[in-house]
Design a protein around this ligand. Structure first.
Ligand SMILES: Cc1ncc(C[n+]2csc(CCOP(=O)(O)OP(=O)(O)O)c2C)c(N)n1
Length: 275
């Protein structure tokens, strides 16, 4: 079996994310650091995709529903060879093809346009249903945020997916317990989250969303159930990898100044906050 150095890839990805937010002075760095480890495992091990033949109709689909964290997706796509890393420097600049939220076909590898929270799962459900109807073997992975579990559209899609037995659909919740303006349990408590998804007819798993080995094991395991969609509740830390950003709400919107950039750069390189 091919051994993947997830830690090294995630380090490179975090450095690219940091650069993008520093150069553009745009928001959501904490959101990208929260989900980057999940994306690294998906893109470097799990997804059946080929950057050289991206539009293969049998490819697995990945939808980043919490699209404000798009720098995480751009970083893994570039590192996986979907496009030249140099383009990342133009993130969110005028005339760049890397806008601040995922936009279909803006760059190779972005499947759908997202950004309005609560839309990614309904789209994923449609793609999964289409796969079933056309007897395709592809799987659909959708990454959503805990904030998106406040959206009615998420729960409508959840009902629909279990009704149609969409066992080709895997949702990962980036459960960092923060939203834009506060802590999730203070704004709109989701607990017991596991029971809620189970009661909607989903097969539910929980994981540490920064533990590469456990995530690889789970994604490769045959623990997904036939006739049921799967949801993986990934416990994560917003801002993971940089001590002064971890669990600090302001890093939802803030972007690093030169001094903060240098500090974060050093911490990521030293892997101080990564297990
Ligand atoms: C429908 C909708 N409402 C509001 C926003 C503005 N917005 C951007 S991110 C965000 C919340 C972020 O929290 P969460 O969704 O939990 O994601 P996290 O960054 O914590 O992973 C909001 C309200 C949006 N993008 N879409």
């Amino acid at each position: 079996m091919k051994i993947i150095n997830y830690k090294e890839i995630a380090k490179k990805a975090r450095l690219e994310i940091l650069n993008m937010h520093f150069l553009s002075q745009e928001s959501h760095i904490g959101s990208a650091f929260s989900c980057i480890d999940i994306l690294v495992v998906l893109y470097f091990k799990i997804l059946r995709i080929n950057p050289k033949n991206f539009l293969d109709e049998n490819r697995d689909r990945f939808i980043l529903s919490k699209s404000h964290a798009i720098t995480a997706l751009y970083a893994v796509l570039a590192l996986r060879g979907f496009f030249n890393k140099e383009i990342l420097k133009k993130y969110c600049k005028n005339e760049s093809n890397l806008p601040g939220h995922g936009t279909k076909d803006s760059v190779c590898g972005v499947e759908v346009s997202t950004g309005s929270l609560g839309h990614g799962l309904p789209m994923g459900v449609g793609v999964a249903l289409s796969g079933k109807m056309n007897k395709k073997n592809y799987r659909v992975f959708v990454l959503i945020s805990d904030g998106e579990c406040d959206e009615g559209s998420t729960w409508e899609a959840a009902l629909f997916a279990s009704h149609h037995k969409l066992d080709n659909l895997i949702v990962i919740i980036d459960y960092n317990k923060f939203q834009a303006l506060g802590k999730t349990n203070e704004i709109l408590n989701l607990e017991p989250l596991k029971d809620k998804w189970a009661s909607f007819g989903w097969h539910v798993q929980e994981i540490d969303g920064h533990n590469f080995i456990k995530m690889e094991e789970l994604f490769l395991s045959k623990s997904f159930q036939k006739n049921k969609p799967t949801v993986i509740i990934a416990h994560t830390v917003k801002g993971k990898g940089v001590s002064f950003m971890e669990n600090q709400l302001m890093w939802h919107y803030k972007s690093p100044n030169k001094e903060q950039y240098n500090l974060a750069n050093k911490e990521i390189k030293d892997e101080k906050n990564i297990h």
